[in-house]
Design a protein around this ligand. Structure first.
Ligand SMILES: [Zn+2]
Length: 313
């Protein structure tokens, strides 16, 4: 990476590369050949799981149903979201080999000659999970109980966003607390739990702020979705300054009103038979861990005592 450092980098890019280099030097992250794909050290994982325990304790009053899904989910369910329309650039589709001996020989010959061999692969019946609540929605078709339901979902998500900014990984974990029920309930849920999330993150010494935000919808049609999302205040991000004045503060969590955006496609209805609305409180686990390291320093031993006590570190 050092050769990149020489060429006309902005101050912000330099700050991102410095943060990345510090994390790698400290052994907290382990670099790989792909930008945004890292190994994590034991210390990094210890912080992340302590943080996760704090978040789970915060959410205890929700009495959420816990569900876990793998980092891939069925392509037929992916088709029921509009993800490929809104975020084609972020999607990751899995390919597998389904040929016979002849195709395998052709693939090997191409590989031997240093040519592309992935043309012999075909899209599999699974895709990489982009948002970890999507596999959940796919299982909720039908009627919800009276008062709706709340789910605790945790898992790896994938976003094709190669970047040298360690805050922007391609493969990362999210912990989401998802409400599905009637429209008023979903708005209340979002507002109430945004407040709880802010308090909890403040108790960890993070200088958080809550700001209206939008998803990175793709292309010209996406611009309208961006402005609607902002105008209707559907997405609030919890942000922490990572690069000082050089960049806007970075999102580590978000509280979203999804309305019937996903629930309609998945045929999820309230007890009264109306299309359900959803709201979710989502924490980026790597981002929040990195925000703690950025705020309190890379040496966990020297973190403020109250923060260490809160995390049980
Ligand atoms: Zn979600």
């Amino acid at each position: 990476m050092t050769d990149i450092l020489d060429t006309g980098l902005s101050e912000l890019d330099r700050a991102r590369l410095d943060f990345r280099a510090d994390l790698l030097d400290a052994g907290l992250l382990i670099g790989t050949a792909s930008p945004g794909i890292y190994g994590r050290s034991g210390t990094f994982e210890a912080i992340l799981s302590d943080l996760d325990r704090v978040l789970t304790e915060m959410a205890a009053p929700l009495r959420a149903t816990t569900v876990r899904f793998p980092p891939v989910y069925p392509r037929v369910d992916f088709e029921r979201t509009d993800y490929i329309a809104s975020f084609p650039d972020l999607s990751g589709i899995v390919s597998t080999f389904e040929g016979g001996d002849r195709e395998h020989r052709e693939l090997l010959a191409a590989r031997e000659e240093g040519r592309a061999w992935d043309g012999w692969l075909h899209p599999a019946d699974v895709v990489l999970t982009n948002a970890i609540c999507h596999p959940l929605y796919a299982t909720l078709e039908g009627r919800l109980p009276e008062g709706g339901s709340v789910y605790d979902v945790f898992g790896y998500g994938f976003r094709h966003e190669p970047s040298l900014d360690p805050m922007r990984m391609q493969s990362f974990r999210m912990h989401e607390f998802v409400y599905v029920g009637d429209p008023d309930g979903s708005q209340d849920y979002r507002d109430t739990w945004l407040d709880h999330a802010m308090e909890t993150l403040q108790s960890l010494g993070l200088p958080v702020d809550a700001v209206p935000a939008n998803d990175p919808f793709f292309g010209r049609a996406g611009k309208m979705l961006v402005s609607a999302q902002l105008r209707e205040n559907l997405k609030i991000e919890i942000v922490v300054p990572i690069y000082g004045d050089l960049a806007e503060a970075t999102a580590i969590a978000s509280a979203n009103c999804q309305r019937d955006h996903l629930t309609a496609g998945f045929g999820i209805h309230t007890a009264d038979g109306e299309v359900a609305h959803a709201a979710c409180l989502a924490f980026g686990m790597e981002r929040t861990t990195l925000a703690l390291l950025r705020t309190h320093g890379l040496d966990v031993e020297s973190w403020p005592l109250d923060v260490r006590a809160r995390l049980g570190l």
